[in-house]
Design a protein around this ligand. Structure first.
Ligand code: COA
Ligand code: AMP
Length: 626
């Protein structure tokens, strides 16, 4: 039996022993005697009697152990451009000041703080500062529209919003204050204060209700870490569900700390002193787990990069960072590699840099196509690891466990389920499927430490969304199969969620934006394949009787509506105006069938179809899209 099989089997047979052993990776104020508490199943708790502070584990303990001079954070902005680095001591002191500032603004244990900041060090220090005083952060990605920000503020009801004056995209500076003002105007909730960090690229005019970071933080009394219960909430991170309303994934503290620390060794093989670079955004779960918490928990150096993989200034942006900082491991989405490959197909830009420090590349967020896997493996000459996870899970469900036991790579597979995750493939009725047969991927309860606790303020939606369809199992929303060797192949979502450039979006939210147009009678949005972004949303709209708009103008207005209501991150550009949408006799739009056709599959026409000729005419539209 290999190391992975031994560990996997042990984690499922005796989760208590397995996770109590892993808990030794963390410094506890009260060491837990119990791992799993299932008294209130399906609301499982991990380490119910443990007390800790995750910020102290990420920063103070490394300083206390004599590693205060080690680099904790390297920030590199290709957009300003600028660079900064912080030792563990400097980062601890800065975080303590930010924590003191928040406390001075009345933030205490359990209070929510919305963080609306781009990829700057202050985003990371604010998150850790919240954790230091037991407050709950909720970071909102900068590419969303005011309406999406408003929905998050309304739901999280923060005491304070911490924002920056702008984000910087290659083609434009994104002024955050107008977006925030609009969002606050829409939201039924008003925070007590908004703390604004002024960036020189674009300073904001601070009106009433705003405080200037530079006047509040430097003079704040540093705050010491507050021990909290392992089961206390650490953060809320909103993610797209099947409806327009985002889901507030609630993460606990102790289970998350243990799972992340364990994953750094077992999956990523990254340890104290290693340089780890996750190329994502702090607004996504990958950023939370692997830019902020996990690398610092194990005493590694985390790199935070503001910029795109290419064009800032060239296709060598990634490789400059690797060379300059001696990066050991990169973690990003396949789309970033496709973007590089597109402009540097022969890897000549890459060859101009010394990337010998690089040992490993990890990819997640969307399906890794075999071509990208092959290109990256050959160009970099290091193992490329596909791994599968979700905002809800917080850390990988399936991976090639590089630290535990590297396994042969199979293109198209995220390799094997990670210890702790009891992954099964079932049919629509919940019956187990044999090896090789595609079905719904479900995970037997309880989920391991680190997975979501519930949805913020909505236990009912948590149970309905994830735990009801297959009783005793967590419904992932992904389909796939397990082969004879136990390798898991994740094929795609079975619901109305799409992944666009590694960003998770709800087609329902995009449809809601299209439906606001007065000429639109009904609409459907599906994800269609895209060579760079994996998938992009594609709209199909039917006009109201009597509406005769100019089609080009209408398309432009619909694109603008999605940008206005969902945000630029939706990358919504294509919409077709069609006479009708294919439906079942009970009126359900056949989105899945249309998606299959767009993906070039031979879709069986459902027996329940109302009018097959509608689908026939749409097949042409879907196959001939620009
Ligand atoms: N703030 C404001 N706007 C943002 C934004 C942010 N943080 N992030 C993206 N946007 C905007 C972009 O400027 C773009 O706007 P535009 O329509 O005016 O051009 C739009 O949202 C779409 O962004 P994106 O899908 O990222 O496309 P892109 O062409 O800018 O970049 C990639 C494409 C592939 C290079 C980029 O998405 C990427 O590097 N992704 C991989 C890494 C990653 O972030 N993964 C996430 C999870 S692991
Ligand atoms: P997010 O919550 O944004 O991390 O998105 C999670 C979704 O991304 C999953 O449910 C999958 O559909 C998809 N995903 C993430 N990683 C992979 C992967 N390695 N292979 C295939 N799909 C993936």
């Amino acid at each position: 039996m290999g190391e992975h099989a031994r560990s996997y089997e042990g984690s499922l047979r005796d989760p208590d022993s397995f996770w109590l052993r892993a808990a030794e990776l963390i410094d506890w104020d009260a060491r837990p005697a119990q791992a799993l508490d299932d008294a209130e199943a399906p609301f499982y708790k991990w380490f119910p009697d443990g007390r800790l502070n995750i910020c102290a584990n990420a920063l103070d303990r490394h300083v206390d152990q004599g590693f205060g001079d080690r680099t904790a954070l390297i920030w590199d902005s290709a957009m300003v451009p600028a660079k900064r680095s912080f030792t563990y001591r400097e980062l601890r002191d800065e975080v303590a000041r930010v924590a003191g500032a928040l406390r001075g603004l009345g933030v205490g244990k359990g209070d929510r703080v919305v963080v609306y900041m781009p990829m700057i060090p202050e985003a990371l220090t604010t998150m850790l500062a919240c954790a230091r005083i037991g407050a709950v952060h909720s970071v909102v990605f900068g590419g969303f529209a005011p309406k999406e920000l408003a929905a998050r503020i309304e739901d999280a009801r923060p005491k304070v919003v911490v924002a920056a004056s702008c984000g910087i995209e290659p083609a434009r500076v994104v002024a955050y204050q107008p977006i925030l003002d609009e969002a606050l105007g829409m939201s039924g909730h008003r925070p007590d204060h908004t703390l604004m960090l002024q960036r020189d690229t674009l300073r904001a005019e601070l009106g009433p209700g705003y405080l200037d970071w530079s006047e509040v933080v430097p003079t704040a009394v540093p705050a010491e870490p507050v021990p909290v219960s392992a089961t206390d909430p650490l953060y809320i991170l909103y993610t797209s569900g099947t409806t327009g309303k985002p889901k507030g994934v609630l993460r606990d503290t102790g289970g998350y700390a243990v799972a992340l620390a364990w994953s750094m060794d077992a999956i990523y093989d990254v340890h104290a002193g290693d340089v780890f670079w996750t190329v994502s955004d702090v607004g996504w779960v990958v950023g939370h787990s692997y830019i902020v918490y996990a690398p610092l928990l194990v005493g590694a150096t985390t790199v935070m990069y503001e910029g795109k993989p290419v064009g800032t200034p060239d296709a060598g942006a990634f490789w400059r960072i690797v060379q300059e900082y001696g990066v050991k491991t990169i973690f990003t989405a396949p789309t970033a590699i496709r973007a590089i490959k597109k402009v540097d197909p022969d890897a000549t830009e890459l060859a101009a840099y010394d990337t010998t420090s690089l040992v490993s590349l990890f990819l997640a967020g969307e399906r890794l196509d075999p071509e990208t896997l092959q290109w990256a493996s050959e160009a970099l000459g290091v193992p490329v690891t596909d791994h599968w996870w979700q905002t809800e899970t917080g850390w990988p469900i399936a991976a090639n466990p590089r630290g535990l036991e590297p396994m042969p790579v199979k293109p198209g597979s995220a390799t094997v389920p990670v210890p702790g995750w009891d992954v099964r493939v079932v049919d629509g009725g919940g019956r187990p499927l044999p090896a090789g047969q595609e079905g719904e991927i479900v995970i037997r309860l309880p989920l391991p430490p680190g997975a979501l606790k519930t949805l913020w303020g909505d236990d009912k939606r948590f149970v309905e969304s994830y735990l009801t369809r297959y009783p005793g199992y967590y419904h992932t929303g992904d389909s796939g199969f397990i082969d004879d060797d136990g390798y898991l192949f994740v094929m795609g979502r079975t619901d109305d969620v799409i992944n666009v450039a590694g960003h998770r979006l709800s087609t329902g939210a995009i449809e809601a934006a299209l439906a606001t147009h007065p000429a639109v009678a009904e609409c459907a949005v599906i994800g269609v394949p895209d060579a760079l972004k994996g998938h992009v949303p594609y709209g199909l709209v039917v006009l109201k009787a009597g509406a005769t708009p100019d089609h080009d103008d209408l398309r432009a207005e619909l694109v603008a509506a999605v940008r206005r209501d969902v945000g630029p991150v939706a990358a919504f550009r294509d919409v077709a105006i069609v006479p009708a949408l294919p439906k079942t006799r009970s009126g359900k739009i056949l989105r899945r069938t249309m998606r299959g056709i767009a993906e070039g599959r031979d879709e069986a026409v459902p027996a329940t179809i109302e009018d097959a000729s509608v689908l026939d005419s749409l097949t042409v539209v879907l196959k001939d899209r620009p």
